[in-house]
Design a protein around this ligand. Sequence first.
Ligand code: MN
Length: 244
Amino acid sequence: MGAIYFASDLHLTAVESCAFDLWVDFCGRVAADGESLYLLGDVFEAYVGDDDDAPLVAAVVASLRRLSDAGVEISFAHGNRDFLVGAEFSASSGARLMAEVEIIELGHRRATVLHGDTLCTDDIAYQTVRRQLRDPAWQAQFLSQPLAARRAFAAKARAESAAHTAMAAASIMDVNADAVAALQSATAADWIIHGHTHRPAVHDLRAGRRRIVLGDWPRAASWLRVEGGSAELHFEDQVVRVDP
Ligand code: MN
């Protein structure tokens, strides 16, 4: 039995970038002792379809393929940036595409894992946009456009998202406590593991339960490593042990 790794919010933009170098290092770490890897969304800063011929997509597929060929089980959740990752990406990388919320067993604990954006229910404007982007009819129409048009749309959406993030109150950009409590109770979770908010931390919930938030990458790598009874959240220069 090896370690189980979780990471999210890498926001990769190009092969020639510090973030991609961190990604390569991280893949080496997972290859060394990992039995499975959960990527919980926003691996890509933008993703406009499996037919994208950008070198970054090919490079990420190749690094995942090396891991899956080495026997690492890879699970990939959609984030709000890379919700168009599809069957072709999955087939070529060997990564299984996850449902929006999944429950996994980590030793004797039950962990509910997800990207995390669905917990940010106070951000009404975001949730409205999300419904549109996740609509199969909208996606089919979008994917039928030429790559250049899709890239232009993605660039505009990123600019609008940055403006929204700058303007919105900090509180609405975080998870809603009632949404967390409802998910915990509906899934009987000991741990909820998610990313999206870029606020890495281990939060205590009621009755010894935890909400573990993965960190965002552009400045430093972040991951959660679980092995046997112990878990460690790494972000920036910190390591937070998750009490059993
Ligand atoms: Mn996100």
